[in-house]
Design a binder for this molecule. Structure first.
Ligand SMILES: *[C@@H]1O[C@H](CO)[C@@H](O)[C@H](O)[C@H]1NC(C)=O
Ligand SMILES: *[C@@H]1O[C@H](CO)[C@@H](O)[C@H](O)[C@H]1NC(C)=O
Ligand SMILES: *[C@@H]1O[C@H](CO)[C@@H](O)[C@H](O)[C@H]1NC(C)=O
Ligand SMILES: *[C@@H]1O[C@H](CO)[C@@H](O)[C@H](O)[C@H]1NC(C)=O
Ligand SMILES: *[C@@H]1O[C@H](CO)[C@@H](O)[C@H](O)[C@H]1NC(C)=O
Ligand SMILES: *[C@@H]1O[C@H](CO)[C@@H](O)[C@H](O)[C@H]1NC(C)=O
Ligand SMILES: *[C@@H]1O[C@H](CO)[C@@H](O)[C@H](O)[C@H]1NC(C)=O
Length: 677
């Protein structure tokens, strides 16, 4: 079921809106929160700029439910929050804003062109839990009084033009604080210590002070904030060493300490941790210790930690023989001090025995010779339940990708060859081409493909490494359309349709022009049923599995469409899909996240902050349509999902624009409004 109101609802809302405009109320509000909002907060946020489209909806002559970006309660508790989505009586109750017991629960106006400042009176709302004002042009300081807000738990002021110091009172919020983001402002000075030095901010998950002008030592007290999942101090002017105490975070998923002036050894606890050198780059050259360079005398990399792998290939001129894999510990390593990730090498070696394996070459792979492949050295790119993907270097300097399907995972040769021939004919800009195929006499298989030196969409969206390009809506849209075109080609552009079977962000390579290429399509058809079914389990764990899909052999175009819908939500929300809550950095049930946001009237909130950058009207630039489309693809009932050619068409019709209307015509507001209520 679609979480969005129907067209009919749009019209009735429009009438309410027009009616509201014509019936001006003469009474005055008596709720202290409403008075404060209208008399003080609105003018302050608006600043000297001309009337702001969002803020002008805060007007007692409009039904309360049309006031943008606000959540109310009729008494205070979040449990008694007013719901505007399904109660038309509530929607039309003009006098509700006069109700004395009305209390403000949240203000969510990201990317709303606010050009004023933060008034100190924000601290006076007794029930205000969330304040999301990111991606605006707010100026001035963060008022000290904000720290007095008794209920504030989520504070997002990122990407504004705020300056001055972070007020020490901010840590007064610690008892409830879950999220604090001030990324991308002009805040300066030292980060103030909390009044109580043993403050643990026990509920705080996200602390983002990145891209400001903070200086001074690492704020050591942060080490006590044990529940952090996300810590960003990047692009400031912090200096000195990074204290050992910050090694104690249990749940930290994302760490960014780049571009400061940190120096000295990294905490010992980072030595076996999840973070790569890219979380620390751009600091003082004196910053050292794993995963960076070794420090003067401290123990460095253990050479045994890195294993080499040798694949011996038995060879004839065009005939490869069996592949045997052995692990060779502690291979001779050159200077690898800077290399951070475990690395494995494959070396193809000739061996005297002969076998009955065969190398088949396909269009675009004609230049590959057996010797090329025999002499290739490479490194592991990825491991899956059924095999390993290697980047292999050819003697002529070029690279190829070798996808080794382990023995025991594959169907026999007679069943495989027709599938391989079919997959090998697939040529499309958004699909990685298969150039050659080898099957050894034990059943192991090598799929030889083009090497694309690019990141996976998964890395682009979720990796915590530095140097990632900005993924704005224009770029994400390009990626989404490309993936959709690739899939549509598999489903409808071939003589015999192919289902992908494993659509996920890790199987989308994205090049420097944001052209995506799908890999791994149809691989399941080479695998024995039990192994192929592991793909279903993996897809389930990672949230991509269509509800009706139980066995891989039942996968079809509609189950691909479902996975694509999840992928599209992943692109729009910037969140990992999965079965969890999404709270601790695990994957979240993305369709449920969207449904909940729509019900809570916070649809705008679900979009990744980066997506919203530069988007003036999410409705006119296709963002909202893309969200609806993704939800349609994820429909629990397979029959109502669109097919991929329809998906391509809709994405192409609703694209980001570079020009946008500066003035929004009030009379069309109802149309836009109903998506964001
Ligand atoms: C509220 O709306 C009425 C009717 O549209 C308008 O006349 C009035 O100026 C508005 N008040 C504010 C403060 O915007
Ligand atoms: C609105 O929806 C919520 C849950 O979705 C439900 O509990 C409530 O009763 C509904 N209200 C009306 C008036 O339908
Ligand atoms: C409208 O609001 C008033 C309070 O201002 C309340 O007494 C009344 O019950 C509301 N009517 C509806 C239909 O919600
Ligand atoms: C940041 O603040 C400093 C003064 O503290 C000022 O010189 C600088 O122009 C400000 N930068 C921006 C981008 O506003
Ligand atoms: C960074 O901090 C140092 C003092 O620690 C100061 O001398 C320097 O001017 C600061 N740099 C900037 C760009 O603020
Ligand atoms: C970084 O810190 C060192 C002292 O540790 C200082 O000499 C240097 O000037 C600082 N660099 C910057 C850019 O602030
Ligand atoms: C870390 O922050 C810097 C700038 O503040 C940004 O350029 C970089 O992409 C971030 N890295 C990660 C891994 O988020």
């Amino acid at each position: 079921m679609s979480p969005f109101p129907s067209k009919t609802a749009t019209f009735s809302l429009f009438f309410i809106f027009v009616f509201a405009l014509s019936s001006f109320s003469s009474s005055q509000p008596t709720s202290p929160d409403v008075l404060l909002l209208l008399n003080t907060i609105r003018p302050a946020l608006e600043g000297a700029a001309a009337a702001n489209a969002e803020l002008s909806s805060w007007n007692t002559s409009l039904p309360l439910c049309l006031w943008r970006g606000l959540r109310w309660s009729a008494g205070g508790s979040a449990a008694s929050a007013l719901r505007c989505d399904n109660d038309s009586a509530l929607r039309s109750n003009l006098s509700l804003s006069l109700e004395p017991s009305l209390r403000l629960l949240s203000i969510r106006l990201p990317a709303a062109a606010l050009a004023g400042s933060l008034p100190p009176e924000l601290g006076q709302f007794s029930f205000l839990e969330a304040l999301y004002l990111g991606v605006n042009s707010l100026k001035g300081t963060i008022p000290l009084e904000l720290g007095n807000a008794p209920a504030l738990a989520e504070l997002d002021l990122a990407e504004n033009a705020l300056d001055g110091a972070l007020p020490p009172s901010i840590w007064n919020l610690c008892g409830r604080l879950i999220l604090l983001r001030v990324h991308g402002n002009n805040l300066s000075g030292n980060v103030p210590d909390p009044a109580d030095p043993s403050e643990t901010c026990a509920r705080l998950r996200v602390l983002d002070l990145g891209r400001n002008r903070f200086q001074g030592p690492f704020p050591e007290f942060i080490g006590g904030f044990r529940e952090l999942t996300d810590l960003d101090l990047s692009s400031n002017n912090f200096s000195g060493s990074i204290p050992d105490s910050i090694g104690g975070f249990r749940n930290l998923q994302r760490l960014n300490l780049t571009y400061n002036n940190f120096t000295g050894p990294l905490p010992a606890s980072f030595q076996d941790s999840r973070f790569t050198a890219e979380a620390f780059q751009g600091n003082n050259p004196g910053l050292c210790g794993r995963p960076l360079d070794r420090c003067g005398s401290s123990p460095g990399l253990s050479s045994g930690a890195i294993a080499g792998i040798v694949i011996g290939l038995l060879a004839g001129a065009v005939v490869l023989a069996s592949v045997s894999i052995g692990w060779v510990q502690g291979r001779n390593r050159r200077n690898r001090a800077r290399q951070t990730e475990e690395e494995e090498e494959i070396v193809f070696e000739e061996d005297g025995n002969s076998g009955d394996g065969r190398l088949m070459l396909f269009q675009g792979g004609e230049h590959l010779t057996l010797n090329d492949v025999l002499n290739a050295t490479g490194q592991v790119m990825e491991k899956t339940s059924y095999g390993t993907v290697y980047k292999a270097k050819l003697t002529d300097g070029g690279n190829i990708t070798l996808r080794l399907l382990r023995e025991g995972t594959c169907k026999d040769q007679a069943e495989c060859l027709p599938v391989v021939r079919q997959l090998a004919r697939v040529r499309h800009e958004n699909l990685v081409a298969l150039r050659a195929f080898y099957q050894g006499n034990r059943g192991e298989k090598l799929l030889v493909g083009d090497y694309h030196p690019n990141r996976t969409l998964h890395d682009l969206l979720h990796d915590t490494r530095a140097g990632k390009p900005l993924l704005n809506w224009t770029r994400r849209h390009k990626i989404a359309v490309g993936v959709a075109r690739g899939l549509a080609h598999l489903h409808a552009g071939l003589e015999t349709p192919v289902t992908h079977g494993n659509v996920r962000s890790k199987n989308v390579l994205v090049d420097e022009f944001f052209v995506p290429r799908l890999t791994e399509f149809g691989i399941d058809k080479l695998l024995v049923a039990a192994v192929a079914d592991e793909m279903v389990s993996a897809a389930k764990a990672d949230g991509y599995k269509a509800p009706e899909l139980q066995r891989m052999k039942k996968c079809n175009a509609r189950t691909d469409v479902y996975s694509f819908g999840i992928l599209l939500l992943e692109i729009l929300l910037g969140k990992k899909p999965g079965k969890g809550t999404g709270k601790e950095g695990d994957g979240a049930d993305l369709p449920a996240v969207v449904k909940a946001a729509v019900l809570e009237e916070a649809t705008m909130e679900v979009f990744d902050m980066e997506v919203m950058k530069g988007v003036k009207s999410p409705m006119e630039e296709g963002l909202v349509q893309a969200l609806k489309l993704a939800m349609g693809c994820c429909a629990p009932v397979a029959a109502v999902r669109p097919d991929m050619s329809e998906v391509v068409k809709q994405l192409e019709e609703n694209r980001p624009r570079n020009r946008y209307k500066l003035c929004i015509d009030l009379s069309t507001d109802g149309e836009i409004e109903h998506f964001f209520l």
